[in-house]
Design a protein around this ligand. Structure first.
Ligand SMILES: C[S@@+](CC[C@H](N)C(=O)[O-])C[C@H]1O[C@@H](n2cnc3c(N)ncnc32)[C@H](O)[C@@H]1O
Length: 296
């Protein structure tokens, strides 16, 4: 049994290592597991997404069973009332859709929300379907005292929508890193300045989740099968201060200028589609821009 999980980055298999974590030892988590992409078929722009020390090529049934086991271990390890953000995407095999819900519903977690991550760029360039620019982030919840609804988000966080729009990270040597905004948004929304805790990422890769946790004043706990990525993560954590400016760009988005009640009292618009929401800077790029970015 691992006694101290705080501020550790462990090299090993996620499931094996998680089994050694104590019950209820971590406050929340975020991850993007390997997607079982089956390395690789024609028509993909992302054929460079090949991890050091890990293949991504299991029979699909075995892959899903493993993901269920990992998620159920995380359920045991995370405290009641805690959340886990699980990033995955819809895949197809021989024309049959494989949806993350296929295995998420078989885990112990309450599925609290499905967030669409609009990456504004497609991974595949074949025309079997419209270009898939979205991935999903599942907000999973471990109920406290059988209350499956859980606590409300503060309105400054809840005012963000269920569509998160930012492009993937391009300046990181890892083949499939998070954009820093993603873990910053998830952590800050659940555990803002009034709380402190341990954030886990069982497939931490280049350590983006762990750096985000450190920047926001929390502890971290990470696992990855590749020693190279674990070493890279440790270096990144030492130099975390360099990443504060980019991480902090997310924080001003969590603000309530006027409450719903105040807007209603003044007869102002109380819906979600404000003009500045539609015309914001994060506009969807043209297909040409997507193609250009994918080729960089
Ligand atoms: C999508 S990447 C995660 C990237 C990470 N979010 C980041 O920001 O860099 C998935 C990671 O899972 C790791 N991995 C693959 N199989 C694993 C396993 N069985 N146990 C632990 N880590 C594994 C890979 O080495 C890879 O770094």
């Amino acid at each position: 049994m691992i006694k101290k999980v705080k501020n550790k980055v462990i090299c090993g298999n996620a499931l094996t290592v998680l089994k050694q974590f104590p019950d209820n030892s971590v406050d929340m988590g975020i991850t993007s597991p390997p997607y079982n992409k089956r390395e690789n078929k024609k028509g993909w722009l992302v054929n460079k997404v090949i991890y050091k020390n890990a293949t991504d090529n299991l029979p699909e049934i075995e892959y899903q069973k493993n993901q269920i086991s990992v998620l159920d271990e995380l359920y045991r390890v995370i405290k009641s009332g805690g959340s886990f953000f699980y990033n995955h995407k819809i895949r197809w095999e021989r024309g049959v859709m494989i949806h993350p819900m296929d295995w998420l519903r078989k885990t112990k977690w309450v599925i609290r929300q499905e967030i669409v991550w609009d990456r504004m760029i497609a991974a595949n360039i074949r025309g079997w379907r419209f270009w898939q620019v979205n991935e999903h982030i599942y907000w999973l919840y471990k109920p406290k005292e059988n209350n499956i609804i859980g606590e409300e988000l503060k309105s400054k966080h809840a005012l963000l929508t269920s569509i998160w729009r930012f492009s993937p990270e391009s300046k990181n040597p890892h083949p499939a890193p998070f954009t820093m905004t993603l873990p910053i948004r998830a952590i800050y929304s659940i555990m803002d300045e009034y709380k402190e805790g341990i954030i886990i990422d069982p497939y931490c890769g280049s350590g983006t989740t762990l750096v985000a946790a450190k920047i926001l004043g929390h502890y971290y706990s990470g696992i990855d099968i590749s020693k190279e990525y674990v070493d890279y993560t440790s270096k990144r954590l030492k130099n975390y201060e360099n990443e504060i400016p980019s991480a902090m760009k997310e924080i001003p988005k969590h603000i309530v200028k006027k409450t719903f009640k105040e807007r209603k009292e003044k007869g102002e618009f109380v819906g979600k589609h404000r003009k500045n929401n539609i015309n914001n800077k994060e506009k969807t790029p043209t297909l040409f821009e997507c193609y250009e970015r994918g080729n960089k």
